[in-house]
Design a protein around this ligand. Structure first.
Ligand code: SF4
Length: 342
């Protein structure tokens, strides 16, 4: 069985596998960024894979490790190489300039543009050109227990994903128990959607020996709209999504769970680190690990003075560890020749 409940645990294992092994049945030709639970107002994807240009991704680092929202993107993408009044330099945003001015100040505070005053005018200059770093967006819907009813229920959502054309490719990830996915199930899914079958060996009594592998049951079609590359609105929406994925990664579950609970632990499952609850004696789901959990107990203040090397005790240490992993994977991706076993 997977850790952390079927849906959430499966999702974490899919994200980890993608991070190491994307693309399925092919060799990696660029850099990959993985995130989870991202999307638009009307559709949230379980796993989002960004296929990136390595040089562009390296250049993106000049703008910090946090995501840039749409207002900041408007500023950094249009900031000039030479000093100019921000209203001359930036395109008319279609909303009041005072919001742009606030975004210019925020960008300057983050060090992603330079500003100076000339009389009562604010001039700005870029610190670097904002790079073309995103090549493709791949959306994956995780459905470990894909039966006929689930396939039918999913098909409308997937059809929407294909028609919306925000992603370039759409997959369903499901689990097998060594058998192939039932071919009849595939008939209920849109033909453009790829099927990835995950085989998970839980490692018996030793979860550290767990193994996760995936095979392609059906290859997807490219669903990029024919005019997709030239549609500025689509390009903006994709970049905003990519920025959120870049900033959050897939380990950001610590933002919604309670690593500050004394029972919160991270344990190894194969090559993944997954949450574990000492009070429950098992992996907990994201939904149950919340302030409303009846067994929640804040880590004792004494833990924070008992030699924990990182400010804030083990809860903060767990967050730091997960952030560091994200940073490490990100920097590893800049080397297109990386070996996932190193
Ligand atoms: S006791 Fe509840 S809040 Fe604490 S780690 Fe376990 S599930 Fe999370």
């Amino acid at each position: 069985m997977y850790p952390a409940g079927a849906e959430f645990g499966f999702e974490l294992l899919v994200c980890r596998w993608v991070e190491e092994s994307w693309p399925p049945n092919g060799s990696r030709s660029g850099a990959v960024v993985v995130a989870r639970q991202l999307g638009t107002a009307d559709r949230r994807w379980d796993t989002v894979v960004l296929e990136c240009d390595p040089a562009g991704l390296a250049a993106r680092a000049a703008f910090g490790s946090e995501e840039l929202d749409s207002d900041l993107l408007h500023v950094v993408r249009n900031a000039p190489a030479e000093w100019a009044w921000y209203r001359d330099a930036l395109p008319d945003p279609g909303y009041p300039w005072r919001y742009v001015r606030a975004a210019v100040h925020r960008a300057a505070d983050r060090g992603i543009v330079e500003t100076r005053r000339e009389g009562n005018r604010i001039l700005l200059r870029r610190v670097a050109p904002y790079p073309e770093w995103l090549r493709r967006i791949v959306a994956i819907e995780n459905k470990p227990d894909l039966d006929a009813a689930a396939a039918r229920a999913l098909s409308d959502q997937l059809r929407h994903d294909v028609d919306a054309g925000l992603a370039d490719e759409v997959w369903v990830a499901t689990a097998t128990t060594g058998n192939r996915v039932e071919p009849a199930l595939l008939e209920d899914l849109p033909v453009d959607v790829g099927i990835l079958a995950f085989e998970i060996d839980a490692g018996g009594d030793d979860p550290t020996a767990a193994a996760v592998d995936a095979s392609v049951e059906w290859y997807p079609s490219e669903v990029t709209p024919p005019e997709g590359g030239r549609d500025p609105e689509r390009r903006d929406r994709r970049l905003e999504l990519a920025e959120r994925a870049y900033g959050r990664g897939w380990r950001s579950y610590h933002d919604t769970m309670r690593p500050d609970c004394r029972s919160f632990e991270l344990r190894q499952f194969g090559r993944a680190l997954v949450p574990h609850c000492a009070a429950k004696g098992r992996s907990q789901t994201a939904a149950e690990c919340a302030g409303s959990c009846a067994e929640f107990e804040p880590e004792p203040p004494a833990w924070r003075t008992r030699g924990w090397p990182i400010e804030g005790g083990p809860g903060a240490g767990i967050k730091t560890l997960l952030r560091r992993r994200r940073e490490w994977v990100r920097s590893r991706e800049l080397d297109a020749e990386f070996d996932p076993d190193t």
